[in-house]
Write a protein that binds this ligand. Structure first.
Ligand code: SAM
Length: 277
């Protein structure tokens, strides 16, 4: 008989997962960290009872959060990854040969350690010489950063200590850290379940970035499944792919890039709050 884990997500829907075993559990300075084994998803990383990644399908999320802006930028060299303690975004960023420097800014060192131990395939690149690990709040780090081409936020939900990463002050600091073609991307919850948060994020980004957009991907273990990603760009339209598609991926490619954005009509109706659901 399996035990079940009931996730306490930031949403009106509760997911329940079979637990074949608890491989690790600790309380860090910031959060409760658990690694469980599930028959279907394999190993799963949970922070404060909320699923962060699963061994089976982490690539959908990591590829989609990383490669859209990395391909929309003409030549990304200096990148900041905020959060993402499991290392999945850093792994994807380093697939790009143009990248010279990655600042990996994770507030909780324990997440990096646990991920290296239990998710070596995800954390495989965190010790790459191009990566500089900074254990601190990402909002503090960007205040003094300069010459950055891409900023990627892979944080926990818009609650608790991740809150600093969803403020106008943070977005302004990101913009000020960037080179002329700079682009920013963050996850922005579920379009089905958190429509108001998705819209508010677009509105907030418009106060800082001249070009703002939204794309989506389907993720099995995130509540609502229809996951949204918000982009802020200093100049260039993120819908356009400016790099040849040459890297090895499982899901993302140049066709996905073209398909993942909302249609203009749907986007406009959404942002004007003309859609009820
Ligand atoms: N893909 C995951 C998701 O959306 O469920 C997120 C994965 S990653 C493990 C999230 C990381 O963001 C956590 O390890 C957490 O410690 C980190 N984090 C949260 N707020 C942060 C902040 N203000 N600065 C830096 N890292 C932060």
């Amino acid at each position: 008989m399996f035990k079940f884990l009931e996730e306490e997500p930031f949403s009106p829907i509760k997911h329940s997962y079979e637990v074949e075993g608890i491989l690790h559990r600790e309380k860090s300075k910031f959060q409760d960290i658990a690694v469980i084994e599930n028959r279907f998803f394999g190993r799963m990383l949970l922070l404060d009872g909320i699923v962060q990644i699963t061994a089976l399908d982490e690539f959908f999320y990591h590829e989609m959060l990383t490669h859209v802006v990395m391909h929309a930028h003409p030549c990304p060299k200096r990148v900041i990854v905020i959060g993402g303690g499991d290392g999945g975004i850093v792994r994807e960023v380093l697939r790009h040969k143009t990248v010279e420097k990655v600042y990996f800014v994770e507030i909780d060192e324990s997440v990096i350690r646990v991920s290296k131990q239990f998710f070596p395939e995800v954390a495989q690149s965190v010790d790459d010489p191009r990566v500089e690990i900074k254990v601190m709040d990402g909002a503090e780090f960007v205040k003094s950063a300069t010459g950055i081409d891409i900023v990627i936020v892979d944080s926990t939900d818009v609650i608790g200590f991740a809150r600093t990463l969803f403020t106008k002050e943070f977005f302004d600091a990101v913009r000020n850290s960037m080179t002329e073609n700079g682009m920013f991307v963050t996850h922005t919850e579920s379009l089905h379940l958190h429509k108001d948060i998705v819209i508010e994020m677009q509105e907030k980004l418009k106060g800082t970035f001249p070009v703002v957009d939204l794309y989506t991907a389907t993720i099995a273990t995130y509540p609502g499944n229809w996951w949204a990603f918000a982009v802020g760009s200093l100049k260039l339209n993120p819908r356009e792919c400016r790099q040849p598609f040459e890297i090895e991926t499982k899901y993302y490619d140049d066709e996905i890039h073209a398909q993942c954005f909302l249609t203009r009509k749907f986007y406009d109706k959404l942002i004007k709050r003309q859609l009820k659901w």
